[in-house]
Design a protein around this ligand. Structure first.
Ligand SMILES: *Cc1c(COP(=O)(O)O)cnc(C)c1O
Length: 450
C-alpha cells in the first residue's frame, strides 16, 4: 500500500516510511492511497479464519514488501493472543442457536494486556515498527500523549524493546487512579518507558507532542516517532476487528443489518470502522457517542466543525475537544457532508446520564460497563428509538470497568474485582516526572533522558 498526505495527494510514502515518520512533510495525516474492497465471497472466507489470521490477511494489503504473509501471520498471532468476544449484557454469546433473539451486544475489546481497545493497535504497531527497525539498527524516541489508555497500551507494546525509548505524557489529574498507576509503574527504574505528568489538560499534552513534531531539530536529534492516532499504524489495525466481528455477526444473524456504536474521542476507532466498511465489511451504520466534549456530534447535527477546549468528564479517555482524526474522516467521505450523514449518526451525553445508565444496566442485567462503554450504549439506545425493524446492535466496549474503579465503585456502591494484571500494577511504586506544558520544559527533559 502507498500512503498519501490527506492535504496533498501527490505527497506519497511507503507503509514503513509513513509509520516511522508519523506525519507527512506537509503536516498532513497519512491516508491509504486506495482501500482494497473484498466481495461477499471473499469476506466470507476471511470471516471463517481466526481473528489473527484474518488480520494478517488484511494487513498484507496495508503494509509493504518488508512484510511477507508469513511475517504478518506470526506478527498477528503474537499480537492477538487474547479473546475478542461479543456478549449480551445477560451473558449470551454470539450464537443464534442459544440466543435466537439476542440483538444487543457488547464487543468487548478489553481483553488485551492493558484492558482497553488500544492494545489492538499498539501491539500491531509496536511489532511492525520493531520489524522495520530490526533490519537497520536505528534508534527511535516515541512521544505519546495519553488521555489514559493509549499510554499504557503503547508502553506495554514497546517495553524493553531495543533501540526504542517511550515518553508518555499524561494530564495531571486527568486520568483515573488505576490508569495513572498503570502508566507510572511500567518496567524497572531504568526502563525504556517513562511517564511525564503534564500540568495541563490532554489537549495540552497532544499540543505539546504536535509542537515537538513541528520542531525540525528535535525531530531529527531524537528520531521522534508518534504513537498517537495521528500515526497511520495506529488506525489501520483498528479496522481489523470491525471487519472480522461484523462477519461473525452476519454469519450468526444473516438477515439483520448491523450497526456499531463507538464511544469516541479522537475518532481513531471510528476511522478504523469506516475503513472496514469500505473494505466490504457488512456494516450498515456507525453510531457515535460523545461525552460533553462533542465537536463531532455537533458537526453531524449542524455540518459545522468547531474544535474547542476540552472539559473533564467521567469518561476521561474521550475528553478531547479537537479530535485529531477528523480530517481523516472527511477525507474518507471526500468532504461530502451528506455522505457522512448517511453512514454516521451521533449523540452526546452528560455525566449524570452516564452514571444513571451504568446503574440501570447493572441493576437490570448485572453487567458492569466502564463509563466510555456506557456512553456508547446510551447512544445506541437513542439511535434505536427511531428504528422500528430489528437489527444487530454492537456497542464497542472500549475498556474494562476496573480501569475506572474509582468512579464505577462510587456509582455502583460495589467493589469491582481487579483483574490480575491491574492488581499487580496497583502494588508497584509510581515513577514520573512532573512538568509544565511547554516545549522548553520538554526539550530540557529530553536532553537528559532521551
Ligand atoms: C481512547 C478511548 C476512547 C476513544 O477512542 P478514539 O479512537 O480516541 O475515538 C474511548 N474509550 C476508551 C476507554 C479509550 O481508551
Amino acid at each position: 500500500m502507498i500512503y498519501q498526505s490527506h492535504k496533498n495527494s501527490t505527497i506519497k510514502a511507503s507503509f514503513g516510511d509513513a509509520l516511522l515518520a508519523s506525519l507527512a512533510p506537509d503536516g498532513g495525516l497519512w491516508m491509504p492511497e486506495d482501500i482494497p474492497f473484498f466481495s461477499p465471497v471473499e469476506t466470507a472466507l476471511m470471516g471463517a479464519k481466526s481473528f489473527a489470521d484474518c488480520s494478517a490477511e488484511l494487513a498484507g494489503h496495508f503494509t509493504d514488501e518488508n512484510f511477507t504473509p508469513d511475517v504478518l501471520k506470526a506478527l498477528c498471532r503474537d499480537a492477538y493472543d487474547f479473546d475478542v468476544p461479543m456478549v449480551t449484557m445477560k451473558g449470551d454469546t454470539l450464537d443464534p442457536a442459544l440466543a435466537p433473539d439476542a440483538e444487543d451486544f457488547i464487543l468487548e475489546l478489553f481483553h488485551g494486556p492493558t484492558l482497553a481497545f488500544k492494545d489492538f493497535a499498539a501491539r500491531f504497531m509496536g511489532r511492525a515498527a520493531s520489524h522495520l527497525m530490526g533490519a537497520t539498527s536505528q534508534k527511535r524516541t516515541i512521544l505519546v500523549a495519553t488521555s489514559g489508555d493509549t499510554g499504557g497500551a503503547i508502553g506495554d507494546a514497546f517495553l524493553d524493546q531495543a533501540g526504542i525509548k517511550v515518553f508518555i505524557l499524561f494530564p495531571k489529574g486527568g486520568v483515573s487512579k488505576v490508569q495513572e498507576q498503570q502508566l507510572t509503574t511500567m518496567g524497572r527504574a531504568r526502563s525504556n518507558v517513562k511517564a511525564i505528568c503534564v500540568d495541563g489538560t490532554f489537549d495540552d499534552c497532544q499540543q505539546l507532542v504536535k509542537q515537538a513534531f513541528g520542531d525540525k531539530k528535535l525531530t531529527e536529534d531524537y528520531s521522534l516517532m508518534s504513537a498517537n492516532s495521528i500515526n497511520v499504524g495506529r488506525v489501520i489495525p483498528q479496522s481489523f476487528y470491525y471487519f472480522w466481528t461484523s462477519l461473525q455477526a452476519k454469519a450468526a444473524y444473516p438477515n439483520r443489518p448491523i450497526v456499531y456504536s463507538i464511544p469516541s474521542g479522537n475518532l481513531g476507532n471510528l476511522t478504523g470502522g469506516l475503513i472496514a466498511r469500505k473494505m466490504g465489511a457488512p456494516i450498515d451504520r456507525f453510531v457515535v457517542g460523545n461525552n460533553a466534549n462533542d465537536p463531532f456530534v455537533d458537526y453531524l447535527s449542524t455540518g459545522v466543525y468547531t474544535p474547542r477546549p476540552s472539559v473533564p468528564t467521567l469518561s476521561n479517555a474521550m475528553d478531547i475537544g479537537r479530535p485529531n482524526n477528523f480530517p481523516r474522516i472527511l477525507s474518507l467521505f471526500e468532504d461530502v457532508y451528506a455522505d457522512v450523514l448517511e453512514v454516521c449518526w451521533g449523540a452526546s451525553f452528560t455525566d449524570v446520564e452516564t452514571e444513571r445508565h451504568i446503574r440501570r444496566v447493572q441493576h437490570e442485567t448485572g453487567y458492569i460497563m466502564c463509563p466510555h462503554t456506557a456512553v456508547g450504549h446510551l447512544a445506541m439506545e437513542k439511535f434505536a428509538e427511531d428504528i422500528a425493524s430489528s437489527f444487530t446492535k454492537i456497542t464497542v466496549g472500549t475498556a474494562h470497568p476496573a480501569k475506572f474503579a474509582d468512579s464505577v465503585e462510587r456509582i455502583l456502591h460495589t467493589e469491582i474485582p481487579m483483574p490480575g494484571v491491574l492488581a499487580k500494577a496497583m502494588k508497584k511504586k509510581k515513577r514520573m516526572h512532573v512538568m509544565a506544558p511547554t516545549l522548553d520544559d520538554l526539550t530540557d527533559y529530553l536532553a537528559i533522558n532521551a
